[in-house]
Design a protein around this ligand. Sequence first.
Ligand SMILES: Cc1cc2nc3c(=O)[nH]c(=O)nc-3n(C[C@H](O)[C@H](O)[C@H](O)COP(=O)(O)O)c2cc1C
Length: 270
Amino acid sequence: MKFDTATVVSYSPTGTTTRVLKGIVEGMKSNLSLVDVTSPKVRKTAVLPEGDVLLVGMPVYSGRIAKEGRALLEKLRGDGRPAVAVVVYGNRHYDDALLELGDILREKGFKVIAGAAFIGEHSFADEKYPTAIGRPDGYDLPVIRSFGAKVAKMLGAADSVSELPEVDLPGNRPYKVPSTMPEGSPVTDVETCVHCGKCAAVCPVGAVDPKDPNATDGVACTFCCACVKACPTGARVLRLEPVASLGKKMWDNFSSRREPEFFMPTPSKK
Ligand SMILES: Cc1cc2nc3c(=O)[nH]c(=O)nc-3n(C[C@H](O)[C@H](O)[C@H](O)COP(=O)(O)O)c2cc1C
């Protein structure tokens, strides 16, 4: 199958999912058409892509795909096109997220030909509790590209979509019930805040008031920590319990390095 451009849909509040997807497309040696649906404005207006092959990447929140991304996927229409499901998680586990993403893509009419779970810096990681900090890193990137190369090889070897086998993805149905998060959000230390507006600009749900970061909508906030990571002075901090202790909990229990996993169909004998 000939394909010039890999179309990528990514929801990625702290950027690791988008980095992984870009690495996959590099490995495919294909042109990249990226629809980054992290910003709420883009999600409202995004024209979802046509194209020969679609890659969709979502971060794992509580063992499921992040719900803002899930809502967006409802807009997709596959019309039998091949798709690749990618989840990025913070070194604990991805539980049912990859299966869920694959199921949604199938429901939307795609043929899911491959899947992968990669590790990204944990949203709650900091210098003290650095779970998966810096990932994807120099060890991950060649692995990420090699997944892209395998996908490209599989597509190149088929004469048409009908020849491409579908992949089985790991996970359980019914999917894991995600833990409920409390109402609230990170807060801003007024002494160190320089009013640069970065916290408001990166918030994927538009919860932060650009004029007064402390006026954050605690119902809308997903604790993605994009604002905490983007703050140039460290003024934006997560203090609300029990969320604030999750960084330590992750580090205490899930600091042993996990490695990426690929799922490709077993090639059928012609
Ligand atoms: C609310 C929330 C829940 C999360 N749940 C999980 C999880 O169940 N397993 C895991 O390993 N990482 C979990 N993470 C970490 C993210 O999956 C990880 O940091 C990912 O790289 C974030 O992707 P992004 O940089 O594209 O936003 C969670 C993060 C947040 C904010």
